[in-house]
Structures are given as structure tokens and as C-alpha cells.
Design a protein around this ligand. Structure first.
Ligand code: A4P
Ligand code: MG
Length: 182
């Protein structure tokens, strides 16, 4: 099992609902245990146009190698109608691997830690909410990087999901039964 952190983002369609549904989708995978979910955040688009984004992050453990986790993320994005008309285009769902264990991966189609993670409040703030003591390989404490992104607009829009299943997952920090979040 490897602990990984995913960043979720959306600014097209019913973005808030899509992020909630995507977390459920992840939790239903037999290869994944969702351990924690951040609050949902409303964020200003960074290096991108379109409407405000909604972003959150999840902590999970998984039996999947990083490359297979990326393939699963892309499959789920596709399921939620993701299209790629141009770089940083508005999207129904983006699932990025922010961290995968303590590994540094530098391959053609997979870079971990995510190469722009440390520059972005929409990724850092949810991560630090989940784990205030989190270290980013090669960069030290994630919390220490927050000052550098404090000019980026980000606001919490709701408390963490109150779904009993995800709360149980958070508390137990271990996988339990797979079910559907209401
Ligand atoms: N790829 C490489 N490393 C990874 C990784 N760690 N996780 C490759 C996921 N994918 C990774 O991804 C493009 C390629 O990155 C993939 O083929 C994959 O092999 P994509 O999902 O098609 O596009 P993307 O996510 O838009 O690309 P990228 O370059 O990761 O974009 P960014 O830097 O994540 O920016 N503003 C706000 N407020 N909120 C946002 O969520 N997102 C972006 C996207 C811009 N501005 C935003 C937000
Ligand atoms: Mg992506």
C-alpha cells in the first residue's frame, strides 16, 4: 500500500457536485481506500480563464503503482466528461497526482510531486488542511510554502463531507466497506 494525495479541480458544469461524485467514485475502487478529504474550496483560475474553480484534495492509500493510478484518474476524468480543447481549458474534472508516497517520479507523462504543486494555493491549501505536517519531497514542509501563494484567492465553501462513510474512513485511517455517499 502506498499513501498518495490527489488534487481535484473543476470549473465547468456542476463543478461542486462533480467533485463530490468523483470522491465517491474513488472510494468505490477496490484498489483504493480514501483516508481523508479536504474541504471544498472556491478558487480564482490560475494561468487559466473561465469561471472560478472548485478544488479539493484527497488522501488515499492504494495498491496501484503510480502509473496505474494515473490511468485510473484519467478514466474517471473521462467518465465525468473531461475534454481537452486547449491547455488549461475549463474542465468538468481534473484529477492530478500531487504526491505518491515519498517518491519523486520524472517520466514523460508522469511527474510527482506534481510540478506546479508548490506554486498553487488551490493545491497546497487543501493538502495542508488534510495533513498539517506533510512534507513534499524536495521541498520540505508544505505548510511553509503557503506564504508564497498567499496572493491567490481561495475560500472554503463548506465543511468537510458529513457522509458517515467518509467520516468513518477519516477516523479509522483505513479502508472499510465501499458504499455510496448521498
Ligand atoms: N501528468 C504529468 N504528471 C502528472 C501528475 N502528477 N498528475 C501529465 C496528473 N497528470 C500528470 O494533464 C496533462 C498531462 O499531464 C497528462 O497527459 C499527464 O500524463 P491533463 O489532466 O490533461 O491537463 P492539466 O491537468 O490541465 O495539466 P497540468 O499541466 O497538470 O495543469 P495544471 O498545472 O494542473 O493546471 N486554477 C484553479 N484555481 N484551479 C485549478 O484546478 N488547474 C489548472 C490546470 C490551471 N489553473 C487552475 C486549476
Ligand atoms: Mg490533470
Amino acid at each position: 500500500m502506498t499513501v498518495a494525495y490527489l488534487g481535484l479541480g473543476a470549473n465547468l458544469g456542476d463543478a461542486r457536485q462533480t467533485l463530490k461524485d468523483a470522491v465517491v467514485c474513488l472510494a468505490q475502487q477496490h484498489t483504493i481506500n480514501v483516508l481523508a478529504k479536504s474541504s471544498l474550496y472556491r478558487t480564482a483560475p490560475i494561468d487559466a480563464g473561465g469561471d472560478d474553480y472548485f478544488n479539493c484534495a484527497v488522501k488515499l492509500d492504494t495498491t496501484l503503482p503510480a502509473r496505474h493510478l494515473l490511468a485510473l484518474c484519467q478514466k474517471i476524468e473521462h467518465h465525468f466528461g473531461r475534454e481537452r480543447p486547449f491547455r488549461n481549458a475549463p474542465r468538468t474534472l481534473d484529477l492530478d497526482i500531487l504526491l505518491y508516497g515519498d517518491q519523486s517520479i520524472d517520466e514523460a507523462d508522469l511527474i510527482v510531486p506534481h510540478p506546479r504543486l508548490i506554486e498553487r494555493a488551490f493545491a497546497l491549501v487543501p493538502l495542508v488542511e488534510i495533513d498539517a505536517a506533510l512534507d513534499i519531497p524536495g521541498h520540505g514542509r508544505a505548510a511553509a510554502l503557503l506564504d508564497g501563494v498567499s496572493d491567490q484567492r481561495i475560500e472554503k465553501v463548506q465543511p468537510p463531507c458529513q457522509c458517515p462513510m467518509l467520516n468513518a474512513l477519516n477516523n479509522a485511517r483505513a479502508g472499510v466497506g465501499k458504499g455510496r455517499c448521498g
